[in-house]
Design a protein around this ligand. Structure first.
Ligand SMILES: [Zn+2]
Length: 233
């Protein structure tokens, strides 16, 4: 194989290699779950936390209300018993009972509000969980195909690495340097195929002398417009 054809082949290997590398990175990013799935998981978690918090508020309000019921009952018993005769003490006790009743009423309201909210949140959470379960099931299938493809792509990657190393053995250091230099600066295309009498990359028509040199394929000829290495098949 002539040296320019070897460079062209190297470019084909490198292009395929870069595509596979890109695909592997993409698959690795996907393998934890799709953006939609991650969002659904996060939302279900938030909804569950909110539901638990609301239920806790409801329980606390109910517990406190129950303990107040007990204290109100005790105070009323004392009032009824006739043990307290001092008017000031009686008045204080009555006002304490009233205050406890108001507090109890507020706690009942809070408890009911929390209960209503918890019911709503519970329905919302149940719907989200069901949707999430569906998505997880669907994802499991995708995950399997992603994992399978990853295994396949990694093999291809390793294979191309070897092919590239083999290809490099016959390419001179000078040509390789020129190739790498252009690849880095010319959008990954260092070698352009000659198409009729034009450069296959930038499509500019080339001088007759240049075209002739390219067809002889004996030395490195650069496109007079874009500077890429020209290759004639
Ligand atoms: Zn060109």
């Amino acid at each position: 194989m002539n040296p320019i054809a070897e460079l062209y082949r190297l470019q084909e290997i490198d292009t395929a290699w870069a595509k596979i590398r890109q695909r592997i990175l993409q698959l690795q990013k996907f393998s934890g779950g799709s953006a939609q799935l991650l969002k659904a998981r996060e939302e279900a978690k938030v909804a569950e936390t909110e539901l638990n918090q609301t239920r806790k508020e409801q329980r606390e309000a109910e517990t406190e209300a129950n303990s107040l019921v007990e204290r109100i009952r005790e105070s009323e018993e004392t009032l009824m018993s006739g043990q307290v005769r001092n008017p000031k003490e009686l008045e204080a006790l009555q006002s304490s009972v009233e205050s406890m009743r108001r507090h109890k009423s507020a706690l009942d309201d809070r408890g009911v509000e929390a209960m209503v909210k918890a019911d709503e949140l519970s329905k919302k959470f149940a719907a989200q969980s069901a949707a999430l379960t569906d998505q997880e099931t669907e994802w499991t299938t995708k995950q399997t195909s992603i994992d399978d493809e990853l295994v396949r792509r990694k093999k291809e990657y390793a294979y191309l690495k070897n092919v590239r190393e083999e290809a490099l053995k016959t390419i001179s250091a000078k040509y390789l340097e020129q190739y790498e230099y252009l690849r880095g600066r010319k959008n990954g295309i260092a070698v352009a195929k000659l198409e009729e009498d034009s450069c296959g990359a930038c499509h500019m028509q080339l001088p007759v002398g240049v075209v002739g040199s390219v067809r002889r394929n004996s030395s490195l000829v650069l496109c007079t417009a874009c500077g890429r290495i020209l290759y004639a098949e």
